[in-house]
Ligand binder design. Sequence first.
Ligand code: AMP
Length: 126
Amino acid sequence: MTIDFSAYDDNNVFARIIRGELPSKKLYEDEQVLAFHDIAPQAPVHVLVVPKGRYIAQSDFHENAGEAEIAAFWRAVARICRELEVAERGHRLIANEGSDSGQLVAHFHVHILAGRRLGRLVAEDS
Ligand code: AMP
């Protein structure tokens, strides 16, 4: 599947979840942020956190979002980690960007992974 990372696509799956057009298992929501369980979890805890604004990936978000939006996003990530009680045993945050990273959905999101030992940071080339 070829993904166009050059322009924001309003029909990407996370935009549709934010608009309520697709279902999700919501964990947290405020005016600027939504968090929900990943549909194909890679660990006992696998949550996705997304800003509600239209950002393709992390660089777009950090270059173009307002300070308050950026702060709200990362505070929400920290709060969700604490509420999931993964802070003590540890967790991993991942933000894929672009084709080499394997980014599948071109709406900025952070994965929260926890609940087991997560192993090496990256797999060998396949
Ligand atoms: P990435 O490869 O970083 O773009 O990750 C995209 C993630 O979105 C994958 O882990 C998918 O399992 C997840 N995903 C795709 N569609 C949905 C959906 N409808 N609800 C929840 N998670 C989804």
